[in-house]
Design a protein around this ligand. Structure first.
Ligand code: FKS
Ligand code: ZN
Length: 343
């Protein structure tokens, strides 16, 4: 399977994440990619290519123009304001406040476009986000061109990003860009399967009213887990998209037996939907030792999950999302890909 990955991910490396009332080194850090690359090479995934520049037209079609302007200029505006740290949102349009008027002040704007505070923007964040999107686009183009599968080793991740919000370490929704590219290449129906521990709120939001893209997500129940405010079972889509959204929230301590049951249910829905192509939001933070998650999957479980996904027999684009137990993320990611190829 071909792998796409850009060195430009390194340009995004914030020094700080607000976690539990303290600043810590962000869990989402450049070394994550090294762990995955090392295992890919070791296990003979040697066809690793760096993508060309991002195709801006689909990004502009997906995202709000003012949001893209914000991402591109946030760092320089923050510096112009005289702030010495990284861009971090602190004030949000909460209940009964105005949503329709983005402030001019950069501190206000950060809160307007953010869905949470832990995700900092630095000098190279925009370039890194574009390079991550470019990997997803290249992988989608490869699959649209007839390949069985491709892996976009995206960093920063994407599934929390909406058309106009960043957060949860995400800026541009890579999986959504891949799905949209598959649609435009002629797939009448595309499914997105999100197996990251966290709910893919951004992806759900982007496709919620569309009937041609099915979204299924397995994740920590919103009562207990980030992003907290979306991901319930009764979110089933709206309008033309009614019936094309499936959430599988699960409680703390969930192990592979329950998780694989949800995976089978999601796969059955994707099959019934009649998907012609598949995008997998591949997070491996459902792993038992993940530092910020609460499922209990073992490494071999990821191989089995990959095999079940491969059983769908669909052209498939994998997009890297989360996973933080650094040593294991390489093993678990490649396990999914190998299982898939085995199927
Ligand atoms: C707030 C805790 C916020 C943020 C967790 C983000 C998870 C990101 C991810 C992605 F795939 F996007 F990387 N924690 N007090 O793993 O879903
Ligand atoms: Zn996650």
């Amino acid at each position: 399977m071909k792998v796409y990955f850009s060195e430009d991910h390194r340009r995004h490396f914030p020094q700080a994440e607000l976690f539990g009332g303290q600043f810590v080194t962000p869990f989402e850090r450049p070394s994550r990619i090294e762990y995955v690359l090392d295992r890919l090479r070791e296990r003979r995934f040697l066809d690793i290519e760096s993508p060309g520049p991002a195709d801006m037209a689909p990004i502009r079609a997906l995202c709000a123009p003012d949001y893209l302007d914000f991402l591109e200029t946030a760092w320089s505006e923050w510096k112009k304001e005289g702030f010495s740290g990284e861009v971090m949102a602190a004030s949000f349009p909460a209940r009964r406040m105005q949503m329709a008027r983005p402030p001019r002040n950069i501190d206000g704007k950060a809160g307007y476009y953010a869905l949470s505070t832990e995700t900092a923007i630095t000098a190279g964040t925009w370039a890194a986000a574009l390079s991550s999107a470019a990997s997803a686009q290249a992988a989608a183009a490869h699959v649209a061109g007839g390949a069985r599968a491709a892996f976009a080793l995206c960093r920063p991740p994407g599934h929390h990003a909406t058309a106009d919000m960043y957060g949860g370490f995400c800026f541009l929704n890579n999986a959504a860009l891949a799905a949209e590219a598959l649609c435009r290449a002629g797939a009448g129906r595309v499914a997105i399967l999100d197996i990251d521990f966290h709910h893919g709120n951004g992806t759900q939001d982007i496709f919620y009213r569309r009937g041609d893209v099915f979204f299924a997500s397995l994740h920590g129940a919103p009562e207990e887990a980030f992003p907290y405010f979306l991901g319930y079972r009764d979110e089933t889509g709206h309008g033309a998209g009614e019936g094309t959204n499936a959430n599988y929230p699960m409680p703390p301590g969930t192990g592979y037996e329950r998780w694989s049951g949800a995976l089978e249910a999601a796969i059955a829905r994707i099959r019934a939907f009649g998907a012609e192509a598949l995008v997998v939001s591949l997070g491996v933070d459902a792993y038992r030792d993940d530092p910020i998650s609460f499922f209990r999957l073992d490494s071999p479980d990821f191989t089995d999950a990959g095999r079940r996904i491969g059983g769908l027999g669909l052209p498939t684009v994998f997009c890297m999302e989360g996973g933080y137990a650094v040593e294991a993320i390489g093993i678990n990611t490649v396990n999914v890909l190998e299982g898939f190829e085995d199927a």
